[in-house]
Design a protein around this ligand. Structure first.
Ligand SMILES: CC(C)(COP(=O)(O)OP(=O)(O)OC[C@H]1O[C@@H](n2cnc3c(N)ncnc32)[C@H](O)[C@@H]1OP(=O)(O)O)[C@@H](O)C(=O)NCCC(=O)NCCS
Length: 241
C-alpha cells in the first residue's frame, strides 16, 4: 500500500512543501507563515498571520508550576537529554492542562446554534461535568484570552464559536461557586474554530506554541544543575498500614 501525501515532495534534490519550493520559503517566509502553509495547504492572508502569531505567542509558557514544565524539569534533573525531557513535558499535557483545546472547540462548534445554551450549561454543571476551556488553578481572569479576543475582533475572526465561548463563560459563572474564566485552551479553541481549523489538529497547535517554553525550562534546569528534583518528605503522607 502506497503512503500518499499532499504535504511534501523531494524530487531531484529539490523539496516542495504544499506546492512551494522550500528554498524559496527559506528566503521569503516567516516560521508562522510556513506553519500555516504546511497545516492548511495554502499561504495565509495577512490577518491570518497576525492571528496565528498572537495565538502562538499567548501559549508559549505559563510558569514552572504547570504540569508540563514541572514534568520536563524533573526529567531533566534526573540527567536526561533535551529530547527525553521535552517528550516528558508534552506527555504531561492532558484534559486538565494543555489538551482541553480540542474538546472545547468541539463544544463551541456543536453549540453554535444552541438557543438554550444556559440550560445546556446548567445541565452539564449539575452532572458535575467540567467544561473544557474554562477554569484555572491560579487565575480568576485570564488576560491571555481577553487579549486574543480583542485581536480576533480586530482581525475579523470573532465569529460564532467566539460568541458561544463567551456566552458559555457568562452562563457558567452565574452558577459556579468560584470564578471560571475562559482560559487559554478555550480562547484558542474558539478562535481556531472560527479560523476554520479542525479541532482534531488543535492539540498540535497548542503543543507547537508551548515547545519553545519547555525547551527554555529544560535548558535552564540543565544549566543550573541544581540536583535531582524530588518531593520533600514533608509533602508526602503515608496512609497505608
Ligand atoms: C483547570 C482546572 C483543572 C483548575 O481546577 P481548580 O481551579 O483546581 O478547580 P477545583 O478542582 O478546585 O474546582 C472548584 C470548583 O469549580 C468547578 N469547576 C472547575 N472547573 C470547572 C469547569 N471547567 N467547568 C465546570 N466546573 C468547573 C469544580 O467542579 C468545583 O466545583 P464544586 O466546588 O462545586 O465541586 C479546572 O478548572 C478544569 O478542569 N478545567 C477544565 C479543563 C481545562 O480547561 N483545562 C485547561 C486549563 S488552562
Amino acid at each position: 500500500m502506497k503512503w500518499q501525501t499532499a504535504i511534501t515532495n523531494i524530487n531531484n534534490g529539490q523539496e516542495i512543501i504544499r506546492g512551494k519550493k522550500l528554498s524559496g520559503l527559506i528566503k521569503t517566509n516567516t516560521f508562522t507563515e510556513t506553519i500555516f502553509l504546511i497545516w492548511q495547504g495554502r499561504m495565509p492572508k495577512s490577518a491570518e498571520i497576525k492571528m496565528m502569531d498572537a495565538l502562538l505567542v499567548a501559549a508559549i509558557d505559563h510558569g514552572t508550576g504547570t504540569a508540563s514544565a514541572m514534568a520536563a524539569r524533573i526529567v531533566a534533573s534526573a540527567k536526561n537529554s533535551m529530547h527525553t525531557s521535552l517528550a516528558a513535558g508534552i506527555l504531561a499535557m492532558g484534559e486538565r492542562h494543555g489538551s482541553a483545546i480540542e474538546t472545547a472547540a468541539k463544544f463551541f462548534i456543536e453549540n453554535k446554534n444552541n438557543k438554550n445554551l444556559a440550560q445546556t450549561v446548567k445541565e452539564l454543571k449539575d452532572k458535575k461535568v467540567r467544561l473544557a476551556g474554562f477554569g484555572h488553578a491560579v487565575l480568576s481572569k485570564d488576560e491571555r484570552s481577553t487579549e486574543l479576543f480583542k485581536m480576533a475582533k480586530k482581525l475579523g475572526f470573532y465569529k460564532d464559536c467566539c460568541i458561544v465561548a463567551q456566552a458559555t463563560e457568562k452562563e457558567l459563572n452565574k452558577i459556579s461557586s468560584k470564578p471560571l474564566p475562559l482560559n487559554i485552551d478555550g480562547a484558542m479553541g474558539a478562535i481556531l474554530a472560527d479560523m476554520g481549523f479542525d479541532p482534531k489538529m488543535m492539540k498540535g497547535v497548542f503543543i507547537t506554541a508551548r515547545v519553545p517554553g519547555l525547551v527554555a525550562h529544560i535548558f535552564e534546569e540543565i544549566q543550573n544543575d541544581a540536583g535531582l528534583r524530588r518531593l520533600g518528605e514533608d509533602e508526602i503522607e503515608y496512609i497505608g498500614k
